[in-house]
Each structure stands twice: as C-alpha cells, then as structure tokens.
Design a protein around this ligand. Structure first.
Ligand SMILES: Cc1cc2nc3c(=O)[nH]c(=O)nc-3n(C[C@H](O)[C@H](O)[C@H](O)COP(=O)(O)OP(=O)(O)OC[C@H]3O[C@@H](n4cnc5c(N)ncnc54)[C@H](O)[C@@H]3O)c2cc1C
Length: 387
C-alpha cells in the first residue's frame, strides 16, 4: 500500500513526491506521457536542451524556492532578453530606453516619458471627442483602448497589436481590457525581461532536474490515471491522492469543459552554428504566422555539456492555436464563464476526502515554475503537519 499516489510528473508533482518521500512516506508517481517533467520537459538533441513545450526560464524573488531548486541543479547565468521583430525592425523587450531610442531616437528618460504621455493624451482626447464626452470620463472598453491609453500609439501598433491578436486569435478591439491591467514601461537601459532577484536555466536541462527530484521514487510513465479501470486499481493501492491534471478531467467534465489557448511548435534542426543570434525573438506584426522563434542553444550560450561550441542549431517556431478537448492545454482563459465553472469544480474538490487537486491544471491558473514549487511545498507542509 502506498501512502500517496501522485498523478502527474510535472514540477508540481515532482516536488510533492520528493517532499513526501523524504519524510518517509511510500510514494508512487504515475504520468500519462511517456516522459517526466510535464511542461518543463527538455530533450537533448545534438547537445542542445530543447524546451519541448515552450521556452522556460526560471526566475523568482523567493529565496526559499531558489535555494530549493538549486538542490537539484546548478543554474547558469542566463538572463531573458527577448527581441521583437516588427517587419524587420528590431526592438528590445521589455519596453525600455533601448526600445524608445530605436523607435523615436530619444536619449533620456524625460524625452521618452514625454513622447508616451503626448501619444496617450492625444488618443484619449480624440476618442473622448468621438464619443462626445470629456477626456477625464474616457474609460477603455477593450484591449486596444486600454493598451493605447497606457503606452501610446507607436508601442501599441508595433509591439503589442499584431502579437496579441495572434496570441488570442481575435482582434484587440474585440478582446476585454482586463487582459492588460498594466504595461510596464522601463525608463532605464535594461533589457532583462524579468524583474526577479534570481534567474537562470538548470545546467543539464529541466528533465535532469526533475529526475533528481524523483530520485529513489517509483515512477510509472505512460499511465493514464483517468482511464477508469486504471483509476480503480490505483485508488485501491494508495491512501491519499495528489492529482495534478486538469480539474475538469478529474470529474470527467460532468459540469462542462474549462477552456484554454493552445500552442503548436514547428521544430527545425539547421546545419549552421547561429540562426538568429538570440534565444527568443518575438514577431510582433500580424502577417508573420508564428508568434516567436526560439533558438534553444542560446539558453546555454551555444555550448554543450563539455563547454564546446555546438556546430548546428535547433529552432522552434511557436504558433498560437485554438484549443479543443484533446489538444494540449497551455494558457487558461480566465474569463467569467471559465472562472465560474472552475469555482464549481473547486467546490467539488473541497469535498474530496483523500484527493488533493493542485498544480497549474488542477488550479486552472497560469503559474510560473516558482509558484508551482511554492504551492507544492505548501501542500506537502500542510499534509505532513496534520498527519
Ligand atoms: C508556453 C509556456 C511557457 C512557460 N514559460 C515559463 C517560464 O519561462 N518561466 C516559468 O517560471 N514558467 C513558465 N511557464 C509555466 C510552467 O510551465 C508551469 O509553471 C509548470 O509547468 C507547472 O507545472 P505543473 O506540474 O503544475 O504542470 P504540468 O507541467 O502540466 O504537469 C502536469 C502533469 O500531469 C500529467 N497528467 C495530466 N493528466 C494525467 C492523467 N490523467 N494521468 C497521468 N498523468 C497526468 C501531465 O501529462 C503532466 O505531465 C510556461 C508555461 C507555458 C505554457
């Protein structure tokens, strides 16, 4: 008899398994896919750790989480500095003084601030006059209005509009303003995308890091817990269950489906050393069909495990994709309908006596990896405190 059955070998399930095993509990992990790691799975191809489910950069302000993951991997000094390509013009991200210098030729923060303020003001005035109201009364009613009233027309047109429309498969003027609450504008020459104290990529890949978390624990891949006979058999073998798959699937969708946006990746191995000169380049125009190209080797500075330059490269073109049941779930759609449905599932989950539903799919929430680790530690702390 196992003390815990853990469904899902993503980072959340792996941290739960590690913590429970460390405290002496008998743990079994089952994973539907044929590999561990979930979304953070990396595969080594020609010496390059390929992020198979999209680029993953570990970043956190939480010292406890940073120390925690560093038990399982050494992290390199990678700093995420993506570049935006708008019709062949290259801009630094996130929006910062390099971006504004390229866009308007401005040099100082005051000049950049004045440009942005001027564009915001004239947009709000012209929209208000079209609507026959005073500028102070203007309230953005969709994403386009919200974005322009935050950062002005140029940044919106070149860096936000096309990218966002590809991401959501809808026009910005048809998307709710709530998607963009803030658009951070950095008035410094700083291309570091994340405002985090700690950042990096695990040397040797995320899969190796997950393997170390699961060291000494029984893991069965290729097992779908929701296959009814499998579920019945597994539930007889464990006292408690930690389930990290989609919460609606746990209940066989009896209240309806929760919706997501999905992604599709097109990988290409290229017989040259350097394709685009950066790990991540976003294509922010509407005509390029993909949202970004990831060149995986630059997460590790183009070097293999022995520090040698890798003569080939591997890129992934990332396309945003309409989600339907059966397609890989990436980004939860946190609109009213889905959140109301999620809350009804959560209510059911609250009544479970021996099953605990967590992780990004279980909580129907976009989580960064550090939050997934922190949430898993919270759960295992509370479970082991009470027993
Ligand atoms: C495109 C993209 C990019 C991202 N980039 C970053 C980033 O740069 N930095 C960052 O911090 N975070 C990033 N994230 C977030 C990160 O992926 C998540 O925080 C993390 O993967 C959550 O882990 P998890 O274990 O909760 O979920 P998952 O990794 O999804 O693991 C859940 C596991 O459960 C398994 N499972 C589901 N159902 C069953 C079943 N019935 N039976 C058995 N197994 C089952 C699944 O196969 C899966 O392996 C990104 C996310 C996406 C979508």
């Amino acid at each position: 008899m196992y003390d815990y059955l853990i469904v899902g070998a993503g980072i959340y399930g792996a941290v739960c398994a590690h913590e429970l095993h460390k405290r002496g509990y008998r743990v079994l992990v089952v994973e539907k896919k044929d590999h561990i790691g979930g979304n953070i799975y990396t595969e080594c191809i020609e010496g390059i750790h390929v992020h198979k489910y999209g680029a993953h950069i570990f970043h956190t302000n939480d010292r406890r989480v940073w120390d925690y993951v560093n038990q399982f991997a050494d992290f390199n000094r990678y700093t995420n500095s993506p570049v935006a390509n708008y019709k062949g013009e290259l801009y630094s991200l996130p929006f910062n003084m390099y971006t504004f210098n390229r866009m308007w030729g401005v040099i100082t923060p005051d000049e950049a601030e004045a440009r942005i303020a001027g564009q915001r003001q004239s947009y709000i005035e012209s929209r208000a006059s079209e609507m026959g109201i005073a500028p102070e009364e203007f309230v953005p009613s969709n994403l386009e209005e919200q974005a322009i009233s935050l950062v002005g027309t140029d940044i919106y047109e070149r860096l936000i509009k096309g990218y966002t429309e590809k991401q959501w498969g809808r026009r910005c003027s048809d998307l709710p303003s709530s998607i963009i609450r803030r658009l951070p504008v950095r008035l410094t020459y700083d291309n570091n995308y994340f405002n985090a104290l700690y950042q990096g990529i695990p040397i040797g890949g995320y899969t190796r890091m997950t393997e170390r978390m699961l060291d000494g624990i029984e893991v069965r891949t290729g097992v779908d817990y929701l296959d009814p006979p499998v579920r019945i058999a597994l539930e007889k073998q464990a006292k408690r269950i930690i389930y990290t798959g989609p919460i609606d699937a746990f209940y066989y969708y009896k209240l309806g489906y929760l919706e997501y946006r999905s992604l599709r990746f097109e990988e290409e191995l290229i017989e040259k050393e350097n394709y685009q000169g950066n790990a991540v380049i976003n294509y922010t125009d509407a005509d390029t069909p993909y949202t970004r190209i990831v060149e995986h080797k630059w997460f590790e500075f183009g070097l293999d495990a022995s520090g040698q330059s890798i003569p080939v490269t591997l890129i992934s073109r990332e396309y945003s994709l309409e989600w339907k049941p059966g397609v890989e779930s990436y980004y939860p759609i946190g609109d009213e309908r889905n959140m109301a449905l999620y809350n009804r599932y959560r209510e059911l989950a609250g009544r479970e006596e021996r099953s605990f539903i967590g992780g990004r799919l279980g909580e129907y929430k976009y989580y960064d990896m550090d939050t997934a680790v922190a949430r898993a530690l919270e759960l295992t702390d509370s479970l082991t405190r009470e027993s």
